[in-house]
Design a protein around this ligand. Structure first.
Ligand code: C2E
Ligand code: CA
Ligand code: CA
Ligand code: CA
Length: 275
């Protein structure tokens, strides 16, 4: 039994060593990724339910690793956040998304995901202002998507910074609404322009009466607080019908399109209008 336990222990230590090594390699490669141009942004359309017109796109990071191929954000964003790299990656994403959107027709907006760590740093408003100035994008065409986890370590600075961003004339959306804890309190702390209902509720919409009741009430709440509403992760026409009946403003999801590489955005917009 003892030998066995030692063996297990050795295996365990080896495995841990492997994990640590894997993690360090990932971190090193991610540092290189930014300099070697391995990062790109894909763009997923958002559609107005009332007019069925595209109103804009959400920018989503992609990492093409030279050996391991496409690595999803779910794997590398957390690493980037833990080692602070998200700050330079986030600034890169802002600049590129704004520059790309500046080439689109003027009625199209771009939304950029912002990590809580970015909101916690003092220079976020300056970074955003710089991206707008460099790209020439009109501020009202930029939306930042922020999750409620920014409020977990909330300081006065956080809320002040959100107000400073708002003063630039950009829009601010509360992302993944309903997945965190005590979400309602945050709505009083800061007046978001848009509320994005998390995919978890949309997924259950057709099978769970409770999920539908929750969505209905989130929509009513958002409306009374004068926020626009976006449902994310919409995959089926029946979900579109329910969301429309419940008064949701905007849908986003595979039903409309998967996130597209930058060069496919304008052709998609053109063919969407014609269909
Ligand atoms: P998110 O902000 O909630 O983005 C939506 C995610 O859902 C995206 O995953 C998108 O590809 C996926 N999605 C969209 N429609 C559907 C659908 O109909 N069905 C399903 N199953 N999925 C759908 P993605 O691109 O893998 O990104 C995952 C997360 O990584 C994002 O979640 C966001 O939190 C983070 N992320 C991505 N890009 C950035 C970035 O530039 N900065 C930061 N801080 N985070 C980012
Ligand atoms: Ca988002
Ligand atoms: Ca989301
Ligand atoms: Ca999400």
């Amino acid at each position: 039994a003892k030998a066995n336990a030692t063996g297990t222990m050795r295996y365990f230590v080896q495995r841990m060593g492997e994990q640590v090594r894997r993690r360090l390699v990932l971190e090193r490669d991610l540092r290189d990724a930014l300099e070697l141009n391995q990062l790109s942004l894909h763009y997923q359309p958002k559609v107005d339910l009332a007019t069925w017109r595209i109103i804009g796109f959400e920018a989503l990071l992609r990492w093409q690793h030279p050996q391991h191929g496409n690595i999803p954000p779910s794997e590398f964003i957390t690493v980037a956040e833990e080692c602070g790299l998200i700050l330079s990656m986030g600034a890169w994403a802002l600049q590129h998304a704004c520059a790309e959107a500046a080439t689109w027709p003027e009625h199209l907006q771009v939304a950029v995901n912002i990590s809580p760590l970015q909101v916690m740093t003092e220079d976020l408003p300056a970074t955003v202002e710089g991206a707008l100035r460099l790209s020439g994008l009109a501020p009202h065409r930029l939306e930042l998507e922020i999750t409620e986890s920014v409020f977990i370590n909330e300081t006065r600075g956080t809320v002040n910074r959100l107000h400073a961003l708002r003063k630039l004339g950009i829009q601010i959306a509360l992302d993944d609404f309903g997945t965190g804890y005590s979400s309602l309190a945050y709505l009083r702390r800061f007046p978001f322009d848009t509320l994005k209902i998390d995919r978890a509720f949309v997924r259950e919409l057709l099978i769970s009466r409770d999920a539908r009741a929750i969505v209905r009430n989130i929509l009513a709440l958002a409306k009374s607080l004068r926020m626009a509403t976006v449902a994310e992760g919409v995959e089926e026409p029946a979900q579109v019908a329910v969301l429309s009946a419940e008064g949701c403003d905007i849908v986003q999801g595979y039903f409309v399109a998967r996130p597209l590489p930058a060069h496919e955005v304008l052709p998609f917009v053109r063919q969407f209008r014609e269909r």
